[in-house]
Design a protein around this ligand. Structure first.
Ligand code: ADP
Ligand code: ASP
Ligand code: MG
Length: 412
């Protein structure tokens, strides 16, 4: 039997009624002759609630216990989905990550899937089971502890299962009907894309478009998984939604494919550090050891042997960063005058493979922002994207203005 992977995100399983609706969609695919692997997220809001419990209990928590707590949301939906399918006379059972087992690294709260043995589930399919419901987002470490794959990780579970089982397709059911030129929730002119290239989706995801977790796109690209994003609220034909595919499979495209934003950014500046060989290593090694994900970095020109060093990191890592840098200063490894954290910034990025061959995108982006009176604090570029940090209060305005200026509501 051909295998299909169907993943339902938090809003798609938010209530028993929605689980029933999702189960009906699964039933449709079973009736077409597929063996289906259903990957479920926790009910909408559940994971945030569980993270809140952990942070309130222990601010600098043990990540192994964090994982034990936050993985539990998916267990509930996996069982409920299996029960709902059974009520519909569809032979189904649930699996938690460790039961498969989804083998991961031991990087708790950000683990990577290393292996998914398929024999266990295949045997059940052989015995007449039609649907394997698997709790997304979770796995088991070599030490036998429960791990999680980072926020949004059920997408990655889904793609990894599709790769392991050689699935015909991996359908990601969510609360929008595909991948848009930007988040349709903050820009009403956002246009749904029928297709998007892996490289562009990878950039958009890693720059904040949470419709797919970055790692899921990476895996789909590597294992050539046919990855589709579809709405769980509308009736679906087989070509609905957005197909994430190879660049060669896209006929026409704009220079800029989309605009992404990330609200969860902080800008930190070390004021007046001694500018000497090794200073960057002395600053960023302790940050890395403390688990701070540094993103953008800018070093200013130095005056009289001293310089300012600015970097960005997720807002919830500011405390860790401050602690690590204060300790490095106490040890005498670095010497700075002040450490200033600005936690009210956002990152806005434009992405498009067309930028490889078109010049002027950066200049246009800067002009658009300047016309709106928005000050740019930090800039970074790569081959197919340009990112800027701005005041968070201008985030939506910036996304809308860039979407207009690059005419993303029109097809290229
Ligand atoms: P799920 O719970 O189904 O995993 P998520 O909330 O993780 O859903 O992802 C879907 C959300 O991603 C949408 O509701 C939308 O607000 C957001 N989003 C951000 N950027 C985009 C984009 N370019 N295209 C579509 N959705 C986007
Ligand atoms: N429930 C997890 C989260 O909210 C994983 C997921 O939904 O993909 O991050
Ligand atoms: Mg998600």
């Amino acid at each position: 039997m051909p295998v299909l992977v169907m993943k339902f995100g938090g809003t798609s399983v938010a209530t028993l009624d929605r689980i029933r609706r999702a189960a009906k969609r699964v039933g449709v695919e079973v009736s077409k002759g597929y063996d289906v692997i259903v990957i479920v997220s926790a009910m909408s809001g559940e994971t945030n609630k569980l993270v809140g419990y952990v942070e309130e209990t222990s601010p600098l928590f043990d990540a192994r216990e964090y994982d034990a707590v936050v993985a539990s949301g998916e267990n509930v939906t996996a069982g409920l989905m299996a029960l709902t399918l059974q009520e519909m006379d569809v032979p189904a059972r649930s699996w938690q990550g460790w039961q498969v087992p989804v083998k991961t690294t031991s990087a708790h709260s950000a683990a990577r899937i290393e292996d998914i043995p398929t024999d266990n589930i295949r045997q059940k399919f052989g015995e007449g089971m039609k649907v394997a419901v698997v709790a997304g987002f979770q796995g088991i470490s070599p030490e036998g502890r429960i791990t999680t794959l980072g926020r949004g990780g059920s997408d990655t579970t889904a793609v990894a299962f599709a790769a392991a089982f050689g699935a015909e397709r991996c359908d990601i059911y969510t609360d929008v009907d595909g991948v848009y030129t930007t988040d349709p929730r903050i820009c009403e002119k956002a246009r749904k894309l029928d297709r998007i290239a892996f490289e562009e989706m990878l950039e958009l995801a890693s720059l904040g478009a949470k419709v797919l977790q970055t790692r899921s796109v990476e895996l789909a690209m590597r294992y050539k998984v046919r990855l589709r994003v579809v709405s769980s609220f509308e009736e679906q034909s087989d070509d609905a939604g957005t197909l994430v595919c190879a660049e060669e499979d896209i006929m026409e495209s704009n220079v800029v494919a989309g605009v992404a934003y990330s609200r969860d950014e902080a800008k930190m500046t070390l004021v007046s550090v001694a500018d000497r060989p090794g200073i960057a290593a002395a600053i960023f090694m302790p940050l890395s050891e403390a688990g701070v994900n540094v993103d953008m970095i800018v070093q200013n020109i130095s005056e009289e042997g001293r310089t300012d060093m600015t970097f960005s990191c997720p807002t919830n890592q500011v405390q860790r960063a401050e602690k690590a840098l204060a300790e490095a200063k106490t040890r005498g490894d670095i010497n700075f005058h002040d450490l200033v954290a600005d936690t009210a910034v956002a990152k806005i990025s434009v992405v498009g493979i067309g930028m490889r061959s078109h010049t002027g995108v950066a200049a246009k982006m800067f002009k658009v922002l300047s016309d709106e009176g928005i000050n740019i604090k930090v800039i970074t570029t790569s081959e197919i994207k340009i990112s800027v940090l701005i005041d968070r209060k201008y985030m939506e305005l910036a996304v809308q203005a860039l979407h207009d200026a690059f005419e993303l509501e029109k097809t290229g």
